[in-house]
Design a protein around this ligand. Structure first.
Ligand SMILES: Cc1ncc(COP(=O)(O)O)c(C=O)c1O
Length: 405
């Protein structure tokens, strides 16, 4: 999107503001499906935890996407956005048997990631088709918080426990229709995907009634100019060939599933915030914005580097700024970054603000969550209003008048 359009949206809808470019989401979806066009049956389950606004869910549904949900509330949101139960896949971690049963009763495909729940569920509901999440013990991902397939990870059933797993399946006579893995986020090297895929193919041979193999996600997207990204086209070529060969070996055309979040929505998002104050100290020039980690937590949480542009003065001389938020503790978005000269009142645009940004926002410091706008066909559509004071109070219950002693 152009800086001019973004500034206009900030003027029209106020700041801080999340803006999502529909065309970018659509082109990423097409890029992924084209890369795997040689696979007969391909299914994309959008990992809605990345960005769960129902307008975004509707946009992706129009494209043919299905959903990966991690909580019963996400399942309900997806149903509300018009997905049918068979278009939703439930991949929770560490949730109760009751929640899994409730989701399953809605007709949604469940994915179980531990032996204890698998045995309990299989004993009670042997006829319900189940997917199993395996942990392939592959160390992958951009940082420790998003590396989830390694030996110490809480996710999935260890591939080393396959014999135990198969015994449970045989004893309960449950119907395993799919196996799944997800090793982490921000994985650059396609060899990691291909290596982990071999582990899944190997495990798949232990199950006779499979309908799909789910390779999770973890594609790395570029975060700044000239940044590297997962070579989706190359991965598509290599994995499709290997997948098709495996299907022949297995004797059935299985469905290949991916569940991307970041790949589909990260680059489509812009977070716009106004500079409240420019503060010069002896060593640093701070640009203090009308937001904080309550709205965009990734830099403080993961050390993520979101590219920041001064869209009010894009051609200005570049100077060094530390961009900070208004939260009353360390709240740093960028340290000594080169940004074109900033004046109070300017609008800064944070790139890659589509995935894990609004969806991780909070009301910390009793601030309102910002509005969200979808840029579609050259127009800004408000898809969420900014919260109000009533929202802050909504679920709170004041004490009755208490007599003081
Ligand atoms: C099970 C699972 N699938 C898919 C995703 C989406 O990953 P990404 O946003 O890197 O595409 C995640 C991310 O946390 C996940 O845990």
């Amino acid at each position: 999107m152009q800086a001019k359009e973004l500034v206009q949206l900030a003027e029209q809808f106020g700041s801080p503001l999340y803006v999502y470019d529909a065309a970018k989401i659509q082109s990423q979806y097409k890029r992924l499906t084209s890369a795997f066009s040689k696979v007969e049956k391909l299914r994309i389950n959008y990992a809605m935890k990345a960005l769960s606004n129902i307008a975004i869910l509707q946009l992706l549904r129009e494209m043919g996407s299905c959903i990966d949900a991690v909580s019963i509330q996400e399942v309900q949101l997806a149903l509300h956005a018009g997905y049918s139960p068979d278009q939703i896949f439930f991949t929770p971690n560490g949730v109760s048997l009751e929640e899994i049963e409730e989701v399953s009763a809605l007709g949604v495909q469940i994915n179980i990631d531990n032996l204890s729940i698998l045995e309990q569920f299989g004993t009670k509901h042997p006829n319900v088709p189940v997917c199993i999440r395996l942990n392939p013990h592959v160390m992958a991902g951009g940082n420790a918080n998003i590396s989830v397939g390694h030996i110490d990870s809480k996710f999935g059933i260890s591939v080393h426990q396959l014999p135990h797993l198969v015994r449970i399946v045989e004893n309960t006579k449950m119907n395993i229709v799919g196996i799944h893995m997800h090793t982490g986020s921000d994985i650059l090297d396609i060899e990691v995907f291909l290596y982990a895929a071999e582990i899944l193919f190997d495990a798949a041979k232990s199950f006779k009634n499979l309908e799909f193999l789910d390779f999770g996600s973890g594609f790395k997207v570029p975060y700044k100019k000239d940044d590297v990204e997962t070579d989706i086209e190359e991965l598509g070529k290599k994995l499709s060939k290997r997948f098709n060969a495996f299907c022949k070996e297995y004797g059935k055309d299985l469905t290949l599933i991916f569940e991307p979040g970041k790949f589909l929505v990260s680059e489509a998002g812009y977070f716009l915030a106004k500079v409240n104050v420019v503060k010069q100290t002896t060593s640093t020039v701070f640009a203090g914005i009308d937001s904080g980690f309550n709205h965009l937590i990734r830099p403080m949480f993961y050390g993520s580097q979101h590219h920041i542009e001064n869209i009010s003065n894009p051609k200005g001389k570049e100077r060094f700024y530390s961009v900070v938020g208004y939260i009353c503790e360390t709240d740093t978005f960028a340290n000594n970054r080169r940004i074109s000269e900033i004046n109070e009142g300017d609008i800064l645009s944070f790139r890659n603000a589509g995935a894990y940004c609004f969806s991780m926002s909070s009301n910390y410091n009793s601030r309102y969550k910002p509005a969200e706008v979808l840029w579609l066909n050259g127009e800004g559509h408000l898809i969420r209003t900014q919260e109000t004071f009533e929202d802050l109070l909504k679920n709170q219950i004041p004490l009755p008048v208490i007599a003081t002693a």
